[in-house]
Design a protein around this ligand. Sequence first.
Ligand code: ADP
Ligand code: MG
Length: 288
Amino acid sequence: SIPLSFFGGIGGASKNGILVKGSNYLEALNAVDTIVFDKTGTLTKGIFKVTSVVGMNNWSEQELLAYAAHAESFSNHPIALSIQKAYGQEVDGQRLTEQEEIPGMGIRVRIDGKSVLAGNGKLMESEQVDWKPVRALGSVVYLAVNGSFAGYIVISDELKPDSKKAIQELKRLGVSQTAMLTGDSKVVGEAIAREIGLDTVYSELLPHQKVEKLEELDKNRKGKGKLVFVGDGINDAPVLARADIGIAMGALGSDAAIEAADVVLMTDEPSKIVAAIRVARKTRSIVW
Ligand code: ADP
Ligand code: MG
Protein backbone atom coordinates (compact mmCIF):
# COMPACT_ATOMS: atom_id res chain seq x y z
CA SER A 1 0.00 0.00 0.00
CA ILE A 2 1.05 3.58 -0.61
CA PRO A 3 1.49 5.75 2.47
CA LEU A 4 -1.02 8.59 2.55
CA SER A 5 1.68 11.22 2.74
CA PHE A 6 2.81 10.30 -0.75
CA PHE A 7 -0.54 11.61 -1.95
CA GLY A 8 0.17 14.69 0.14
CA GLY A 9 3.56 14.94 -1.57
CA ILE A 10 2.06 14.62 -5.04
CA GLY A 11 -0.53 17.24 -4.10
CA GLY A 12 2.19 19.55 -2.77
CA ALA A 13 4.16 19.12 -5.97
CA SER A 14 1.11 19.87 -8.13
CA LYS A 15 0.53 23.11 -6.22
CA ASN A 16 4.02 24.07 -7.42
CA GLY A 17 3.12 23.28 -11.02
CA ILE A 18 4.88 19.90 -10.91
CA LEU A 19 2.84 16.90 -12.03
CA VAL A 20 4.18 13.60 -10.67
CA LYS A 21 2.64 10.55 -12.35
CA GLY A 22 2.96 8.24 -9.34
CA SER A 23 4.33 7.93 -5.83
CA ASN A 24 7.19 5.71 -7.03
CA TYR A 25 8.58 8.66 -9.01
CA LEU A 26 8.30 10.95 -6.01
CA GLU A 27 10.28 8.38 -4.04
CA ALA A 28 12.83 8.02 -6.86
CA LEU A 29 13.39 11.79 -6.85
CA ASN A 30 15.02 11.35 -3.43
CA ALA A 31 17.87 9.41 -4.92
CA VAL A 32 18.84 11.43 -8.01
CA ASP A 33 22.55 11.55 -8.76
CA THR A 34 22.72 12.27 -12.51
CA ILE A 35 20.63 14.77 -14.46
CA VAL A 36 20.83 14.97 -18.25
CA PHE A 37 19.20 17.88 -20.08
CA ASP A 38 18.09 18.49 -23.62
CA LYS A 39 19.14 21.96 -24.79
CA THR A 40 16.56 23.64 -26.97
CA GLY A 41 13.35 24.49 -25.15
CA THR A 42 14.68 22.92 -21.94
CA LEU A 43 17.72 24.96 -20.84
CA THR A 44 17.18 27.59 -23.55
CA LYS A 45 13.92 29.38 -24.35
CA GLY A 46 13.56 27.75 -27.73
CA ILE A 47 12.71 31.13 -29.18
CA PHE A 48 15.12 31.67 -32.04
CA LYS A 49 15.96 34.94 -33.75
CA VAL A 50 17.80 35.43 -37.00
CA THR A 51 20.90 37.50 -36.20
CA SER A 52 22.65 37.42 -39.58
CA VAL A 53 22.13 36.41 -43.19
CA VAL A 54 25.21 35.95 -45.36
CA GLY A 55 24.93 35.30 -49.08
CA MET A 56 27.86 33.69 -50.91
CA ASN A 57 28.66 32.87 -54.54
CA ASN A 58 26.61 35.82 -55.85
CA TRP A 59 23.57 35.20 -53.66
CA SER A 60 22.20 38.40 -52.14
CA GLU A 61 20.97 38.51 -48.56
CA GLN A 62 17.37 39.07 -49.71
CA GLU A 63 17.39 36.22 -52.22
CA LEU A 64 18.95 33.84 -49.73
CA LEU A 65 16.42 34.71 -47.01
CA ALA A 66 13.55 34.27 -49.48
CA TYR A 67 14.83 30.82 -50.47
CA ALA A 68 15.34 29.85 -46.83
CA ALA A 69 11.83 31.03 -45.89
CA HIS A 70 10.30 29.02 -48.74
CA ALA A 71 12.32 25.95 -47.77
CA GLU A 72 11.28 26.26 -44.10
CA SER A 73 7.65 27.19 -44.79
CA PHE A 74 6.21 23.75 -43.97
CA SER A 75 8.40 23.06 -40.90
CA ASN A 76 7.41 23.73 -37.28
CA HIS A 77 10.98 23.55 -35.98
CA PRO A 78 11.86 26.65 -33.89
CA ILE A 79 14.64 27.38 -36.42
CA ALA A 80 12.11 27.31 -39.26
CA LEU A 81 9.72 29.64 -37.43
CA SER A 82 12.49 32.20 -36.86
CA ILE A 83 13.40 32.23 -40.55
CA GLN A 84 9.75 32.63 -41.56
CA LYS A 85 9.49 35.54 -39.13
CA ALA A 86 12.66 37.26 -40.36
CA TYR A 87 11.38 37.00 -43.95
CA GLY A 88 8.13 38.65 -42.88
CA GLN A 89 6.26 38.01 -46.13
CA GLU A 90 3.86 35.42 -47.47
CA VAL A 91 5.54 32.44 -49.04
CA ASP A 92 4.47 31.54 -52.60
CA GLY A 93 3.55 27.87 -52.29
CA GLN A 94 3.46 27.42 -56.06
CA ARG A 95 7.24 27.80 -56.22
CA LEU A 96 7.63 24.74 -53.96
CA THR A 97 7.70 21.05 -54.82
CA GLU A 98 9.08 17.89 -53.18
CA GLN A 99 9.19 18.99 -49.53
CA GLU A 100 11.07 16.82 -47.08
CA GLU A 101 12.16 17.36 -43.45
CA ILE A 102 15.19 15.37 -42.33
CA PRO A 103 15.17 15.02 -38.50
CA GLY A 104 18.29 16.40 -36.81
CA MET A 105 19.57 17.83 -40.10
CA GLY A 106 17.19 20.16 -41.91
CA ILE A 107 15.14 20.48 -45.07
CA ARG A 108 15.30 19.29 -48.66
CA VAL A 109 12.94 20.96 -51.17
CA ARG A 110 12.57 22.06 -54.74
CA ILE A 111 12.10 25.82 -55.26
CA ASP A 112 11.49 27.15 -58.80
CA GLY A 113 12.53 23.69 -59.94
CA LYS A 114 15.94 23.96 -58.23
CA SER A 115 17.03 21.51 -55.57
CA VAL A 116 17.50 23.37 -52.25
CA LEU A 117 19.02 22.21 -48.96
CA ALA A 118 18.65 24.17 -45.72
CA GLY A 119 20.20 22.70 -42.61
CA ASN A 120 23.29 22.00 -40.56
CA GLY A 121 26.79 20.90 -41.52
CA LYS A 122 25.77 17.26 -41.34
CA LEU A 123 23.23 17.84 -44.10
CA MET A 124 25.83 19.61 -46.24
CA GLU A 125 28.27 16.71 -45.65
CA SER A 126 25.75 14.00 -46.43
CA GLU A 127 24.78 15.78 -49.66
CA GLN A 128 28.43 16.42 -50.56
CA VAL A 129 28.05 20.18 -50.90
CA ASP A 130 31.31 22.12 -51.24
CA TRP A 131 30.69 24.25 -48.15
CA LYS A 132 32.66 25.97 -45.43
CA PRO A 133 31.77 25.64 -41.73
CA VAL A 134 31.14 28.87 -39.84
CA ARG A 135 31.96 29.28 -36.15
CA ALA A 136 29.15 31.33 -34.68
CA LEU A 137 27.56 31.60 -31.27
CA GLY A 138 24.25 30.45 -32.62
CA SER A 139 22.76 27.73 -34.75
CA VAL A 140 23.95 28.04 -38.33
CA VAL A 141 21.61 27.05 -41.16
CA TYR A 142 23.58 26.47 -44.36
CA LEU A 143 21.92 26.77 -47.76
CA ALA A 144 22.81 25.00 -50.96
CA VAL A 145 21.09 25.40 -54.33
CA ASN A 146 21.59 22.76 -57.02
CA GLY A 147 24.46 21.38 -54.97
CA SER A 148 26.34 24.70 -54.65
CA PHE A 149 26.87 26.56 -51.41
CA ALA A 150 24.69 29.71 -51.40
CA GLY A 151 25.35 31.09 -47.89
CA TYR A 152 24.19 30.77 -44.30
CA ILE A 153 21.88 32.18 -41.68
CA VAL A 154 22.81 32.50 -38.00
CA ILE A 155 20.05 32.00 -35.47
CA SER A 156 20.38 32.67 -31.76
CA ASP A 157 18.44 31.32 -28.84
CA GLU A 158 18.66 32.56 -25.25
CA LEU A 159 19.21 30.71 -22.01
CA LYS A 160 16.22 30.56 -19.70
CA PRO A 161 16.80 33.00 -16.82
CA ASP A 162 16.90 30.29 -14.14
CA SER A 163 19.00 27.63 -15.91
CA LYS A 164 22.30 28.54 -14.26
CA LYS A 165 20.85 28.86 -10.77
CA ALA A 166 19.01 25.54 -11.15
CA ILE A 167 22.27 23.73 -11.98
CA GLN A 168 24.01 25.32 -8.98
CA GLU A 169 21.22 24.31 -6.63
CA LEU A 170 21.01 20.78 -7.98
CA LYS A 171 24.71 20.40 -7.17
CA ARG A 172 24.08 21.76 -3.70
CA LEU A 173 21.35 19.14 -3.27
CA GLY A 174 23.94 16.44 -3.97
CA VAL A 175 23.42 15.73 -7.68
CA SER A 176 26.87 14.51 -8.67
CA GLN A 177 26.73 14.80 -12.47
CA THR A 178 24.93 17.16 -14.84
CA ALA A 179 25.05 16.80 -18.63
CA MET A 180 23.44 18.05 -21.83
CA LEU A 181 22.55 16.26 -25.06
CA THR A 182 22.01 18.40 -28.15
CA GLY A 183 21.68 18.18 -31.90
CA ASP A 184 23.23 21.63 -32.12
CA SER A 185 26.90 22.39 -32.85
CA LYS A 186 29.88 21.85 -30.54
CA VAL A 187 30.52 25.61 -30.37
CA VAL A 188 27.02 26.33 -29.08
CA GLY A 189 26.84 23.25 -26.83
CA GLU A 190 30.17 23.94 -25.11
CA ALA A 191 29.51 27.66 -24.67
CA ILE A 192 26.25 26.88 -22.88
CA ALA A 193 27.81 24.14 -20.73
CA ARG A 194 30.53 26.56 -19.63
CA GLU A 195 28.10 29.41 -18.99
CA ILE A 196 25.76 27.45 -16.71
CA GLY A 197 28.24 24.96 -15.22
CA LEU A 198 27.29 21.61 -16.72
CA ASP A 199 29.85 18.81 -16.25
CA THR A 200 29.44 17.13 -19.63
CA VAL A 201 28.04 18.00 -23.05
CA TYR A 202 27.41 15.84 -26.11
CA SER A 203 26.78 17.86 -29.30
CA GLU A 204 25.78 17.20 -32.90
CA LEU A 205 23.62 14.23 -31.98
CA LEU A 206 20.91 12.84 -34.23
CA PRO A 207 17.65 12.02 -32.41
CA HIS A 208 18.40 8.28 -32.11
CA GLN A 209 21.93 9.00 -30.85
CA LYS A 210 20.48 10.78 -27.82
CA VAL A 211 19.21 7.45 -26.44
CA GLU A 212 22.57 5.81 -27.18
CA LYS A 213 24.46 8.61 -25.38
CA LEU A 214 22.16 8.38 -22.38
CA GLU A 215 22.80 4.64 -22.17
CA GLU A 216 26.56 5.17 -22.51
CA LEU A 217 26.48 7.82 -19.80
CA ASP A 218 24.39 5.52 -17.58
CA LYS A 219 26.86 2.68 -17.95
CA ASN A 220 29.92 4.85 -17.23
CA ARG A 221 28.65 6.91 -14.31
CA LYS A 222 30.05 6.35 -10.87
CA GLY A 223 26.91 7.21 -8.93
CA LYS A 224 24.43 4.51 -8.07
CA GLY A 225 21.42 6.80 -7.75
CA LYS A 226 18.67 7.62 -10.21
CA LEU A 227 19.28 8.96 -13.70
CA VAL A 228 17.00 11.81 -14.77
CA PHE A 229 16.45 13.13 -18.30
CA VAL A 230 14.75 16.49 -18.84
CA GLY A 231 13.41 17.39 -22.28
CA ASP A 232 10.69 19.04 -24.28
CA GLY A 233 10.75 17.97 -27.91
CA ILE A 234 9.06 15.24 -29.88
CA ASN A 235 12.53 13.77 -30.48
CA ASP A 236 13.01 13.48 -26.74
CA ALA A 237 10.24 10.95 -26.07
CA PRO A 238 12.45 7.83 -26.40
CA VAL A 239 15.10 9.38 -24.11
CA LEU A 240 12.45 10.40 -21.56
CA ALA A 241 11.22 6.80 -21.54
CA ARG A 242 14.73 5.36 -21.16
CA ALA A 243 15.74 7.41 -18.07
CA ASP A 244 14.86 6.28 -14.53
CA ILE A 245 12.85 9.48 -14.26
CA GLY A 246 11.80 11.38 -17.39
CA ILE A 247 10.88 15.01 -16.76
CA ALA A 248 9.07 16.96 -19.51
CA MET A 249 8.58 20.67 -20.00
CA GLY A 250 4.78 20.78 -20.18
CA ALA A 251 3.83 24.29 -21.30
CA LEU A 252 5.55 24.39 -24.69
CA GLY A 253 6.58 20.74 -24.81
CA SER A 254 5.22 18.27 -27.34
CA ASP A 255 2.37 15.88 -26.48
CA ALA A 256 4.66 12.91 -27.13
CA ALA A 257 7.16 14.19 -24.55
CA ILE A 258 4.44 14.82 -21.95
CA GLU A 259 3.03 11.34 -22.57
CA ALA A 260 6.44 9.64 -22.24
CA ALA A 261 7.42 11.57 -19.10
CA ASP A 262 7.08 10.54 -15.44
CA VAL A 263 7.07 14.12 -14.18
CA VAL A 264 5.72 17.16 -16.06
CA LEU A 265 6.73 20.75 -15.26
CA MET A 266 3.79 23.03 -16.07
CA THR A 267 5.87 26.22 -16.23
CA ASP A 268 8.91 24.95 -18.18
CA GLU A 269 11.37 26.30 -15.57
CA PRO A 270 14.49 24.20 -14.82
CA SER A 271 14.31 25.44 -11.20
CA LYS A 272 11.14 23.34 -10.80
CA ILE A 273 13.38 20.27 -10.80
CA VAL A 274 15.01 21.65 -7.65
CA ALA A 275 11.53 22.20 -6.18
CA ALA A 276 10.48 18.65 -7.11
CA ILE A 277 13.49 17.14 -5.31
CA ARG A 278 12.76 19.30 -2.25
CA VAL A 279 9.11 18.16 -2.16
CA ALA A 280 10.26 14.53 -2.52
CA ARG A 281 12.67 14.89 0.43
CA LYS A 282 10.07 16.56 2.59
CA THR A 283 7.58 13.81 1.74
CA ARG A 284 10.07 11.09 2.66
CA SER A 285 10.82 12.72 5.98
CA ILE A 286 7.09 12.60 6.75
CA VAL A 287 6.70 8.97 5.66
CA TRP A 288 9.65 7.67 7.65
P1 ADP B 1 18.06 20.07 -30.31
O1 ADP B 1 18.80 18.83 -29.87
O2 ADP B 1 18.90 21.28 -30.12
O3 ADP B 1 16.70 20.17 -29.66
P2 ADP B 1 17.01 19.09 -32.96
O4 ADP B 1 17.23 17.62 -32.81
O5 ADP B 1 15.60 19.56 -33.04
O6 ADP B 1 17.86 19.98 -31.91
O7 ADP B 1 17.77 19.54 -34.28
C1 ADP B 1 19.16 19.37 -34.37
C2 ADP B 1 19.74 20.24 -35.42
O8 ADP B 1 19.22 19.88 -36.72
C3 ADP B 1 19.43 21.72 -35.27
O9 ADP B 1 20.32 22.35 -34.39
C4 ADP B 1 19.61 22.19 -36.71
O10 ADP B 1 20.98 22.38 -36.98
C5 ADP B 1 19.12 21.02 -37.54
N1 ADP B 1 17.71 21.20 -37.96
C6 ADP B 1 16.65 20.48 -37.51
N2 ADP B 1 15.50 20.90 -38.12
C7 ADP B 1 15.85 21.93 -38.94
C8 ADP B 1 15.13 22.79 -39.84
N3 ADP B 1 13.80 22.72 -40.02
N4 ADP B 1 15.85 23.73 -40.52
C9 ADP B 1 17.18 23.83 -40.38
N5 ADP B 1 17.90 23.06 -39.55
C10 ADP B 1 17.27 22.11 -38.84
MG1 MG C 1 14.71 19.93 -28.27
